[in-house]
Design a protein around this ligand. Structure first.
Ligand code: 3HC
Ligand code: NAI
Length: 700
């Protein structure tokens, strides 16, 4: 037997411990070792029964995702789970931490399940474009109520130990120190009364009529628009109710394997690894970080209050400084509202809520209050003079080595750093709105930012549960720079004949959470206007300017906040309905520019929008603003509502072929050679027959 599963006989019970860091995934070596261990248990005359547990803080993190897409290597996981289930001697799963996917399925093969209070269990395969493929869809509905099973399998939701006990997935909960003793006692009980051993897959098929599954399918179509695997998950559970044991298992396996070769599976697994790889920043990997305890924030508007909420919820002491008492009080009220909502949603414990309001949060006036802060995040108006003034003041007040961060969306972090005597401590921390909800954090590394400060920023992000991506300095960093570019493609299509409503519909059909004109209304037509004004002096003379939204701005149609922008928002249509006046204004604007409107199919709208996004993404890479293509994908998945099941723009580019993207760009260039000039990197990759994936793999 190999060391990936240890076998220890303690008082007549064999303890089988899976020890395969980092997450005890059921890799080929583990499967083989498990097989040996279960066979040994059954041959071991001194063993009455067995316990299956995990080494360290995790039970089993699932099948080894890195093996997916490669030639399967025996023994297969379903075979191992059947072996466990068929074991003549009882086996109890002692769930010492998370049991996910194949890990959960292993416990379902066991004859009883005991978890620690901190254990979590679930079948997250749907989040990877799959369904459970080792009997989970067949065994779970035989153990717990079928509606709950369907919900868990189609949502990928994880249960806490208490919830698992409540629905019957766990038989008992035991404190970590007692886990093995409790499991051992249960194994003995089962050994003494073998007729009470439940082998789940042999239990009678659960009953449910067709309407249960039709309802589940309708819910999945609405909730996971565009995704195919949730529907396959429903099919698999339905199979458990219609087919016998062998046929049900075979049907699950067939569905699982058919999903394995889909672009959605590839995209979702790409997203999983891309998010983890984003945290790999080669120049900081050996830097140790001193603990961060106090976070200072300057400015308590939209962003400052959100960042303060997130920092306080992460357990930091937070001091927020505003210009005047009145604004400080307003910021506190916003934070309190955010915290109350978190309490209601149970994402914040009552004790933590009380501690934040009691002593951990201070809102006040005066920079001197920030002299003890480890990290100071500036979130004042987006104006270079104002920001430089703040950083000059901070330079005189902040303690030595404190991180001096700006939340600027577009401004030059080097120019902000330059007004301090310590540019090595200045960094961009670009949070997204609402900052206590959105996962993305761009860590903007300026020319002189030290590695220590970058490492501190990533540590802060981890604790705040943010997905941090390293970015370089340029106008808009990674996300907003690419956005500013592809957003123009939408404006050009609108001026050339597509209605903003058709463009939004085509892009939400593609899978975006919102279309660009819906986003413009949500963010505020005034915000877009201010950005265009700011950029005007630097605008390239060949750039085609679309000033249509300026007309909305001058009419005071500022979007959702005024009830009118590209859309009308009223009681009849709180989420917005097309505005015939806007359409008429557009007709007028096209006429005034001598444009003969043409039609755009939904497919062409999607192709152009994506080509623009990918082209600018390639330029961002060329300029060294992003470390690797997958980091761009992470930015768009975590911050811009890009459909996760498409993996991000760069993964999508690989999926449709970089030559296809380049050919499209070259075709569009006939209309506007400036806008559609192909990125050199894209041309190079196509010439060399390479992909963005090759660049991801080459990056450390
Ligand atoms: N297979 C291979 N590698 C995995 C993995 C898996 N199932 N789960 C995590 N890893 C890797 C990560 O990529 C990371 O590698 P890195 O250090 O090189 O970046 C490392 O393990 C640590 O992962 P995390 O940083 O995510 O560690 P955490 O402690 O934060 O979280 C976890 C642990 C909760 C287990 C989390 O990793 C996770 O959610 N993993 C995926 C769980 C999952 O989706 N399982 C289902 C797999 S599909 C399946 O089981 C099919 C079956 O039905 C047949
Ligand atoms: P906001 O206008 O809502 O808030 C700014 C706050 O800063 C105001 O409350 C103001 O009183 C305060 N303030 C101004 N000068 C100050 C000073 N000298 N000392 C203390 N407080 C001061 O602005 P918002 O939207 O919160 O933006 C802040 C920063 O975050 C900007 O740089 C913006 O570009 C950036 N940002 C904004 C996003 C958004 O969606 N709103 C998203 C990401 C970044």
């Amino acid at each position: 037997m190999t060391e990936t599963v240890t076998y220890e006989l303690i008082d007549g019970i064999a303890v089988l411990t899976i020890a395969h860091p980092p997450v005890n995934a059921t890799s080929q070596k583990v499967r083989e070792a498990l097989k040996d261990a279960v066979l040994r248990l059954n041959d071991d005359a001194d063993a009455l029964g067995g316990i299956l547990t995990g080494d360290g803080s995790i039970f089993v993190g699932g099948a080894d995702i890195r093996e997916f897409g490669k030639t399967p290597m025996p023994p297969a996981l379903p075979e191992i789970i059947n072996l466990i289930e068929d074991s003549a001697k009882p086996i109890v799963a002692a769930i010492n931490g998370v049991a996910l996917g194949g890990g959960c399925e292993l416990t379902l093969g066991a004859h009883a399940r005991i978890g620690t209070p901190g254990a979590r269990i679930g079948l997250p395969e749907v989040t990877l474009g799959l369904i459970p493929g080792a009997g989970g869809t067949q065994r779970l509905p035989r153990l717990i109520e079928i509606g709950t099973a369907l919900d868990l399998i189609t949502s990928g939701r994880q249960l806490t130990a208490a919830e698992a006990l409540d629905c019957g997935l766990f038989d008992q909960i035991a404190e970590p120190a007692d886990l093995l003793a409790s499991a051992s006692a249960l194994a003995r009980e089962l050994a003494a009364a073998p007729q009470t051993i439940r082998r789940l897959s042999y239990l009678p098929a659960p009953q449910a009529d067709a309407s249960v599954f039709e309802k589940a399918r309708a819910a999945c179509r609405a909730r996971y628009k565009g995704q195919i695997n949730q529907l396959a998950a429903v099919d698999a559970v339905e199979a458990a109710t219609r087919l016998d044991r062998e046929a049900g298992m075979a049907e699950e396996r067939r569905l699982f394997l058919s999903l394995m070769s889909t672009p959605q599976r590839a995209a979702l697994i790409h997203a999983f690894f891309a998010e983890r790889k984003a945290a790999h920043v080669p120049d900081i990997k050996d830097i140790a970080v001193e603990p961060i305890e106090e976070v200072g924030i300057i400015g308590g508007g939209t962003m400052g209050a959100g960042i303060a909420t997130a920092a306080a919820m992460a357990g930091y002491r937070v001091t927020l400084v505003e210009r005047e008492e009145e604004f400080a009080a307003r910021a506190r009220a916003t934070i309190e509202k955010n915290l109350a909502r978190a309490l209601e949603r149970k994402t914040l414990k009552p004790a933590d809520h009380a501690a934040i309001l009691g002593e951990r949060l201070k809102t006040c006036v005066g920079y001197e209050n920030l002299s003890t802060a480890d990290v100071i995040i500036e979130a004042v108006f987006e104006n270079m003079d104002v920001k430089q003034e703040v950083f000059r003041a901070l330079d005189g007040i902040a303690k030595k080595g404190a991180t001096l961060a700006t939340n600027t969306s577009y401004l030059d972090v080097n120019a902000i750093a330059a007004v301090t005597s310590r540019p090595e401590d200045v960094i961009g921390l670009h949070f997204f709105s609402p900052a206590h909800v959105m996962r993305l954090l761009e860590v903007v590394v300026a020319d002189k930012t030290s590695g220590t400060q970058v490492a501190r920023a990533f540590a802060l992000a981890r604790r705040m549960k943010k997905t941090a991506v390293r970015a370089g300095v340029c106008d808009g960093f990674i996300g907003n720079r690419i956005l500013a570019h592809y957003r123009l493609a939408a404006d050009y299509m609108m001026m050339d004949g597509a209605s903003p409503y058709d463009i939004d519909a085509a892009l939400t059909d593609f899978g975006f959470a919102m279309g660009p004109f819906q986003v413009a209304d949500l963010a505020g037509i005034d915000i877009g206007y201010a950005t265009r004004q700011r950029r005007a002096p630097a605008r390239h003379p060949d750039e085609r300017y679309v000033g249509f939204a300026d007309a909305l701005y001058h009419k005071g149609w500022l979007g959702q906040k005024t009830g009118r922008g590209f859309y009308i928002y009223d009681a009849e249509a709180p989420k917005g309905r097309p505005d015939p006046e806007v359409s008429a204004m557009l007709d007028g604007a096209r006429k005034a520019e001598g444009i003969a409107p043409r039609t755009f199919t939904a497919e062409e709208i999607q192709d152009r929008y994506m080509a623009a996004m990918i082209n600018e993404g390639a330029r961002v890479l060329e300029d060294g603003i992003a470390q690797r293509p997958s980091d761009i994908d992470v930015v768009f998945l975590a911050g811009y509502g890009f459909p996760r099941w498409r993996g991000g723009p760069m993964q999508y580019a690989d999926e449709i072929g970089l030559d296809t993207v380049l050919n499209r760009i070259r075709t569009y260039a006939a209309e506007d050679a400036h806008y559609w000039s192909p990125a050199r990197l894209l041309e190079k990759l196509v010439a060399e027959g390479k992909t963005f994936k090759d660049l991801n793999e080459a990056s450390a």
